[in-house]
Write a protein that binds this ligand. Structure first.
Ligand code: ZN
Length: 210
């Protein structure tokens, strides 16, 4: 069907750049001119972010974050432009402004996280749900560790993914669905650039326990 074909094209297209960590002196300087720096760049979009997604990001990162789900492809493109990312918006799933405890997620990722909450919807969108959760963990690792290390972030996402799927969506560890979702993420991971692959999730140990 057209829908699934679109998804495949999108996935192949965007897999060249998985996500990015961003520490931007330019945008930071601009933020400093505003009275409420904690909300700069977030604005009304923050109101659209599901509370439970934000709470999960806080839990995973161990910080109180400003989390923003882009509401549309256009908004996502604007957000990326604001912080200086080049290229097609669809190439990016998420980015973090570490110095501001701020996480931005693409519409695809936020949609995937929401899909996970309904068993029948999750069943028909396992790939998107699994990868979206992977992205949420990946960005949380950047924020938790204050690290731009993509290998580390991805290795820790891989390690924590089963536990997060189990805790949030009650996917049983020893289930066919869990195996399919882990497999889907592993497949996606192999399409990523070398900078994201081959890492290990080192201490602190919170990321080693599912
Ligand atoms: Zn990253």
């Amino acid at each position: 069907m057209a829908w699934s074909q679109n998804r495949i094209i999108t996935i192949v297209f965007i897999s060249t750049l998985f996500s990015a960590i961003f520490i931007a002196p330019v945008t930071e300087a601009r933020a400093d001119t505003v009275a409420t720096p904690g909300r700069v760049g977030v604005g009304s979009a923050a109101m659209k972010t599901d509370v439970w997604i934000s709470a999960e990001a806080d839990r995973l990162s161990g910080r109180k974050l400003n989390l923003v789900c882009a509401a549309s492809a256009q908004e996502w493109a604007e957000r990326l432009t604001e912080v200086g990312f080049r290229g097609a918006a669809g190439e990016y799933y998420g980015f973090s402004l570490v110095h501001r405890d701020e996480m931005h997620l693409s519409p695809y990722v936020c949609e995937g996280l929401r899909f996970g909450t309904s068993a029948p919807v999750r069943r028909s969108h396992e790939f998107q749900v699994a990868w979206s959760m992977n992205v949420l963990i990946h960005e949380s690792v950047h924020l938790a560790r204050r690290s731009a290390d993509e290998k580390l972030a991805e290795a820790c996402a891989r390690t924590a993914l089963p536990g997060a799927l189990h805790r949030l969506y009650r996917v049983e560890y020893n289930s066919a669905q869990m195996r399919r979702m882990i497999s889907a993420s592993a497949w996606f991971r192999r399409t990523m650039p070398p900078a994201y692959r081959g890492g290990t999730c080192s201490a602190p140990g919170a990321w080693n326990s599912a």
